[in-house]
Design a protein around this ligand. Structure first.
Ligand code: ZN
Length: 506
């Protein structure tokens, strides 16, 4: 009996599309939970979402799907791994094998532990009590070790955990680039400190009425090219971006009256994620060709708009008069120079989420190094706070007075997200590499930004990155687009150029 490959491929796609429908229904519930849900409704919502998650998992691990994908992998449709069918089969098979390798009891134990560990973490952070969190952290890393073993690896125990967020990335290779980045950043931050220059940061903590912040934030997102006919902006305590369907991308933010960049840069960041989501081919929604490459590539799109465009001198030459119009009391008497310096201040701080784009990756390096040491058993959870503080002293020249502002500050480990932190650093690296290439292709990007014309840059990103979905891995994509492998150099060059002007260093 001969198989009609096209028909089989169609069956697989139908199955996956239906799973995506179910998954997107869950995403609507999750978005609503984060934005509008009354507190008393949380328990029933958790049940709704748990059921949908179970159904999605069952469909994704359906042995029939695995069998079809195995057959298709040997068919002519898979011969070219970058063709529509080849890329789809390759990615779906990869996802299937990953899901199927994890025994259900382990998956459930990971979920249960994450729920408990997060509750304990919230309390531990509030009361600055690492000791109560310690047993949960130990358990989390024990389970992650078990998960890594179950998924299997060739080079490094950390590989399968990194792979969850950055498919096909290798710990050793990423580690070389991040170490090179660290060795350039530490002296750069030191030079900034020694320059003795400081902007007037109080400019950004004047009163900025929230309704005007929202209006200006929308204006920035629109200027970048975010399509509000296919998206929304809402308020949430923990900002994120999510796509609920092929034409429905939701941005969220939070506003502080006296912290101007928080919401505006937050909106620029989420709009960057949103532009990527809106640029993925809608006809492939839920299928690999309609999905983001990796968490790191996703982050590169948010950071390109937030840090590279949204904090650039050129963009603010266009945007600053609009900001002054919205906030005449706060900014009317502030020169663009002073505002721009305040917005780009480099200052080593204890808290990752408040860090500037120069010191940020040193926060990531601390976590990247420590979570591997914990996973490999080279570091015990008992010794973690001391190791954390020592690295902060070495890399950033400061030391947390409390664990609450140190090792307890991030939600990730309590949520079982081991392998995630690296994607933030990868996002910075890819963003700088892509932007350097866009500059090369488009010529004077600054001249465009000075007019508020972001269209050519967005079109370039659409064509070179968004339109491909998962056709290429992150590594293939960055080589294809820039002609170079992952590198720390474009990021360092960009930061050096910026800081030379602001701080008078070279
Ligand atoms: Zn992000």
């Amino acid at each position: 009996m001969s198989v009609d490959w096209q028909q089989r491929f169609g069956q697989v796609c139908d199955h996956v599309r239906e799973t995506a429908l179910l998954k997107s229904a869950n995403d609507v519930l999750a978005w609503d939970e984060q934005t509008h849900l009354p507190a008393a409704a949380a328990e029933y919502r958790a049940e709704q979402m748990a059921l949908l998650c179970r159904l999605v998992h069952t469909r994704r691990t359906n042995p029939q799907l695995g069998q079809w994908l195995d057959e298709l992998a040997g068919s002519p449709l898979a011969a070219d791994p970058h063709s529509d069918t080849g890329a789809t089969i390759r990615q779906l098979r990869r996802q299937y094998q990953r899901d199927a390798k994890l025994p259900l009891p382990l998956v459930e134990e990971l979920t249960r532990t994450a729920v408990h560990a997060q509750q304990v973490w919230v309390e531990a952070r509030k009361t600055d009590n690492y000791a109560v969190f310690l047993p949960w952290l130990r358990k989390t890393f024990d389970l992650k070790r078990e998960q890594a073993e179950a998924l299997g690896y060739q080079e490094h125990l950390y590989d399968p955990l990194l792979d969850e967020f950055e498919p096909e990335a290798r710990t050793v290779q990423v580690g070389h680039v991040l170490a090179a980045l660290r060795d350039e950043l530490v002296p750069l931050v030191e030079a900034v400190r020694e320059s003795g220059r400081r902007p007037d940061g109080s400019i950004l903590t004047r009163a900025f009425p929230i309704d005007r912040q929202e209006r200006l934030g929308r204006r920035a997102a629109e200027c970048f090219g975010f399509d509000f006919r296919r998206g929304r902006l809402d308020v949430t305590p923990h900002p994120f971006c999510t796509r609920l369907g092929p034409h429905d991308t939701r941005l969220t933010t939070r506003y502080h009256l006296r912290l101007f960049p928080s919401a505006l840069c937050g909106i620029m960041h989420e709009a960057g994620h949103g532009l990527y989501e809106q640029g993925l081919p809608p006809e492939h929604f839920g299928l690999p060709l309609g999905e983001a490459v990796s968490t790191g590539i996703h982050e590169s799109q948010s950071l390109l708009w937030e840090d590279i465009v949204g904090r650039s001198r050129a963009f603010w030459e266009y945007f600053y008069p609009l900001a002054q119009q919205e906030f005449p009391e706060a900014l009317g008497d502030v020169a663009l120079e002073d505002f721009y310096f305040a917005l780009n201040e480099v200052r080593p701080s204890l808290i990752r989420v408040e860090a500037d784009d120069t010191t940020y990756n040193l926060h990531i390096l601390v976590r990247w190094e420590l979570e591997q040491a914990l996973l490999l058993g080279e570091l015990t959870v008992e010794d973690l706070p001391a190791a954390w503080n020592e690295r902060y002293r070495k890399y950033l020249g400061i030391q947390p007075p409390h664990d609450a502002d140190g090792v307890l500050q991030d939600i990730h480990w309590s949520a079982g997200l081991v392998g995630y932190f690296a994607t933030y650093a990868l996002g910075h690296l890819y963003a700088a590499q892509f932007f350097a290439q866009a500059r090369h292709a488009l010529g004077d990007v600054d001249a465009l930004l000075r007019r508020g014309d972001c269209r050519p840059l967005l079109d370039w990103l659409r064509t070179n990155i968004h339109a491909h979905g998962q056709r290429y891995t992150a590594d293939e994509l960055v080589r294809r687009v820039t002609g170079q492998p992952l590198s720390h150099r474009p990021l360092i060059q960009r930061l050096r150029a910026k800081l030379a002007l602001l701080y008078g260093i070279d």
